[in-house]
Design a protein around this ligand. Structure first.
Ligand code: SAM
Length: 442
């Protein structure tokens, strides 16, 4: 870790600095966040292989005990019932105050920690647009959203400026969890320590101001903006708040009424008592959060719904052999079928990776379902056939093997502890494995 960084931390933390240095020697905080629509607290405690202690940042967040190895191979993870996340990273979405029915934009969304949390709060109402600028990371975001079964979402891959031009004044809530110098990530990524420089901190700050300008453009009048970073540098935190307040007089700082963390560091041009900082001494690796309201008049670009596709009787019948679809909207994109409970939205030139639930593909006279149809929370109870795996069958299924199970004909949801994991196709004597090749255990 660079000397200049440690010196700045000493100036920032003063008498608490020794505690900070001590925290650098300890293993990093790790957490597991429960899917609020897939799992109750009791079921999580019953199924999780280790004792869990609640973290203060969000009702669904728990500390992973020290020494626990990766949980990416646990069935709770495969079934989208949990998300592994640094505990304090769950604080910004909490501060955003999402309510059912809101239109929410997560402008810097990959890999999806905060988007999956926001979508859980929306509970299939309203709309979440999860945008990621980096194309590769946008696909990771998509796979996490699909694994956790969200459908009333649009996943986009756009530059914030391009996005804001298209969707000016659309959103009740916007989250900017900005790319930053990552001082709170040094224990996880050695590179964050090795690459640290004041020039990088300042370059990140300039980029953060630009991203915030786009975020404000996307907000409705009276809408709420939350800005967060996982760095300690005042240049990227309080000073960015002061810069954006100066540039956008319609933006007002809002109180953050939470019991975790502490107030910010004094800085001219902003109210440091209205922002929140979390240091390792507060139970997380590090986050900064500021909240604003947009007060002035807002120019709104037109919101246009897409004309729904009308399915043929044969197409409906093919779908109905698998499940009873709830009332909603269909979109056919060539042979691909998508479904949403609310109308599909037109997004002009914005690159959309997914809008709604990807149901599957019409191939000649048949319909081949997609994994998303079976993970989607909105459809959990809609299937005609479920096969509940015991431990042995679960492992076989996750490895991509056929299941030696009689009596199932056609597409079948495969569940573990009643949580859908994927699907198979029964022929009466076996269930052929349809778990996506990219997800299988090797
Ligand atoms: N919110 C995410 C989560 O909770 O999983 C983490 C977001 S991460 C801190 C910041 C993201 O911003 C990265 O995925 C990065 O690719 C993206 N990013 C990089 N440059 C950007 C830019 N100029 N505009 C917007 N986003 C950018």
């Amino acid at each position: 870790m660079k000397e200049a960084f440690l010196q700045r931390m000493q100036e920032l933390l003063k008498e608490e600095y020794p505690q900070f240095v001590e925290s650098l020697m300890k293993p990093r905080f790790r957490g597991v966040r429960k899917h609020p629509l897939k799992l109750s607290q009791e079921t999580l405690h019953a199924l999780f292989p280790y004792p869990l202690k609640r973290a203060p940042f969000c009702a669904d967040m728990y500390y992973l005990p020290q020494g626990v190895e990766a949980l990416g191979n646990h069935p709770l993870h495969f079934s989208g019932a949990i998300y592994i996340q640094e505990p304090s990273a769950s604080a910004p979405a909490e501060v955003l105050g999402v309510e059912e029915g809101d239109w929410v934009l997560d402008l810097c969304a990959a890999p999806g920690g905060k988007s999956t949390q926001i979508a859980g709060k929306l509970a299939n109402s309203g709309l979440l647009v999860a945008n990621e600028y980096d194309a590769k990371r946008a696909h990771i975001l998509l796979s996490n959203m699909e694994r956790m079964g969200f459908g009333e979402t649009i996943i986009t891959n756009a530059h914030p400026k391009e996005f804001a031009q298209q969707c000016a004044g659309w959103f009740d809530k916007v989250l900017v969890d900005a790319p930053c110098s990552g001082e709170g990530m040094m224990k996880k990524h050695d590179a964050a320590g090795a690459d640290w420089s004041i020039a990088h901190v300042n370059a990140c700050a300039d980029r953060q101001v630009q991203i915030l300008i786009s975020a404000i453009q996307a907000l409705k009048e009276n809408g709420v903006l939350v800005y967060s970073t996982c760095t300690y540098a005042p240049e990227e935190n309080e000073m960015v708040v002061a810069r954006i307040l100066k540039q956008c007089p319609d933006l007002k700082q809002e109180e953050i009424t939470v019991s975790f963390g502490r107030i910010g560091v004094p800085c001219a041009g902003m109210d440091h008592t209205k922002v929140r900082r979390i240091f390792p001494m507060d139970g997380g690796e590090g986050h900064f959060i500021a909240k604003f309201r947009k007060c002035g008049k807002t120019k709104q670009s037109r919101i246009r719904g897409k004309k729904p596709s009308i399915l043929t009787t044969a197409q409906k019948q093919q779908l109905q052999t698998i499940l009873n679809m709830p009332t909603g909207y269909y979109q056919l994109d060539q042979d691909q079928l998508y479904f949403r409970l609310q109308p599909f939205i037109e997004l002009g030139s914005i690159r959309i990776l997914r809008q709604g639930i990807r149901c599957g593909t019409f191939i000649k006279q048949r319909f081949e379902p997609h994994q998303h149809l079976f993970t989607a929370v909105a459809l959990h109870d809609a299937f005609h056939q479920y096969y509940e795996c015991d431990e042995a069958h679960l492992q076989q299924f996750l490895r991509g093997e056929e299941l030696d199970v009689k009596g199932y004909h056609g597409y079948t949801a495969i569940t573990w502890q009643s949580l859908p994991i994927g699907f198979g196709k029964g022929d009466g004597t076996h269930i052929k494995n349809k778990y996506p090749k990219g997800l299988r255990h090797r």
